[in-house]
Write a protein that binds this ligand. Structure first.
Ligand code: SAM
Length: 437
């Protein structure tokens, strides 16, 4: 979501006549886009602001702005905490950045905007500003209404607001005509999608508006569609049916569980129990397409006992995830969980993190090794950072795949025979290059 916000900010700035440069030394304005999901991300932003000012040359007149979640949460107190900051730009003010810069340039000392999005705001992102020429992020829903007790997102990004389906479809059709091969429909909880009108979905069936949107986006014929993140409580089995019916809906589901203990899930206010989650996983695993499954887990939530943790271990072993983000609980001021005693020691959090990582690595190895000898479709995204003779891309099931290839095929979808499984990636050879040899 932060990448998508930066792309939008850059689009608006360029439209207003600003140039984007590569380094802060050459800049007149530096915007630091921030995340507040974990304390570490917030600390990183703080360090970055300090670095930008420290690198500033003596005669450089530099405006520094903080945008994103930290800006929205901390508002004008940022000016006291970091006196060298000139602008505070909230999560819904991305489109107004050029006007805010003008205000600061006109001599106003502290400029801030924590307001709402304007009606009919443009979500346009110029292809020039996209993070990739082949993969595009398309936000479909912003904010969150779930209020999980640990999570800051409902406060930093506000309530759920869905984009209209007609706007989303128009954007996907445009991206397809520009040659994008892979679209990621993104949002905190994509499957909670609930637009105000039916427009553009009239001809698409589905148990929920999100299922209808999936089918409508699939009908555009764009080669690959991925969607993330899905919220377990809102995960309707019809999502799997839509993926089974449409091969361009990719074979990957990211479904964060957070814990395997009902007691902790209740304290987290997740709105789902372990068995509810496992029912959804069962539907995913029984799909007639093999669907990759990934998840997020928080270890060391307040009050998590060894018994609770072992229930999480058990769930992870049962789910056989293709990938897992394990995160140590981080207390976020203002959330309900921040009132609970953060009583799992840092050492215990680390020990649980490492144990779960070890279990996942073992399970993941088996999942990855099962790909050896199989041919999978890979979007050749760019040169590998490890070897100039290799390209790297993602499979439809969202595995990182490296293979020998020239940059002339970048942006193409190629068939790769998997020959090796590494810890977090696959290695293989292009099938057509084998045929030519
Ligand atoms: N809405 C999705 C869900 O919960 O199903 C995920 C969005 S959330 C912003 C991304 C991930 O950040 C969560 O799945 C969770 O694992 C992690 N996260 C959020 N708040 C956290 C906290 N206070 N401490 C540690 N991890 C956290």
């Amino acid at each position: 979501m932060n990448v998508a916000d930066s792309e939008r900010a850059a689009t608006g700035l360029r439209k207003a006549g600003y140039e984007l440069c590569e380094s802060p030394e050459k800049a007149d304005v530096v915007l630091v886009n921030t995340c507040s999901v974990r304390e570490r991300a917030q600390q990183k932003a703080s360090t970055r602001i300090g670095e930008v000012r420290a690198q500033q040359s003596g005669d450089q007149k530099l405006l520094v702005g903080v945008m994103g979640c930290v800006a929205q949460l901390e508002g004008d107190s940022i000016f006291r905490r970091w006196p060298t900051v000139d602008m505070v730009i909230g999560t819904r003010a991305t489109d107004r950045i050029p006007a805010l810069i003008e205000e600061a340039l006109s001599g106003k000392r502290h400029v801030s905007d924590l307001g709402e999005r304007a009606e009919n705001e443009s979500w346009d992102v110029s292809p020039f500003e996209r993070h990739s020429a082949h993969v595009a992020f398309v936000p479909i829903i912003e904010g969150c209404n779930k209020f999980c007790s640990f999570c800051i997102v409902p406060y930093s990004r506000g309530r759920e607001q869905s984009r209209s389906a007609s706007e989303i479809i128009a954007e996907v059709i445009k991206l397809k005509s520009l040659g994008y091969k892979e679209i990621h429909l993104i949002g905190q909880n994509v499957n909670s999608y609930r637009p105000r009108s039916d427009s553009a979905l009239e001809h698409f069936a589905g148990a929920t508006p999100f299922c209808r949107l999936l089918r409508a986006v699939a009908a555009t014929g764009v080669p690959r569609i991925k969607f993330t993140t899905s919220f377990p409580r809102d995960f309707h089995p019809d999502i799997v049916s839509a993926v089974e019916e449409n091969l361009n809906l990719c074979d990957w589901v990211h479904l964060p569980v957070q814990s395997g203990s009902d007691r902790i899930l209740k304290l987290m206010r997740r709105g789902h129990k372990r068995t509810d989650y496992l029912e959804r996983v069962d539907r995913i695993k029984k799909s007639r397409r093999r669907l990759a499954l990934t998840s997020d887990i928080i270890v060391g939530f307040p009050g998590e006992t060894e018994k609770d943790f072992q229930q999480t271990v058990d769930l992870v072993e049962q789910c056989k995830y293709d990938g897992l983000y394990i995160i140590k609980y981080s207390k976020r001021p203002g959330t309900p969980a921040a009132n609970l005693s953060d009583d799992v020691s840092e050492e215990e959090k680390t020990a649980r993190f490492l144990e779960l990582e070890r279990i996942q690595r073992h399970a993941q190895q088996a999942v990855y090794e099962a790909y050896i000898g199989r041919t999978i479709s890979v979007l050749a995204e760019r040169e590998s950072s490890r070897s100039k003779s290799d390209l790297v891309g993602h499979s439809t099931c969202h595995k990182v795949v490296n293979f020998p290839g020239r940059d002339s095929i970048e942006g193409e979808i190629v068939e790769v025979l998997v020959t090796e499984a590494k810890a977090n990636s696959l290695y293989g050879v292009m099938v057509n290059s084998l045929e030519m040899a």
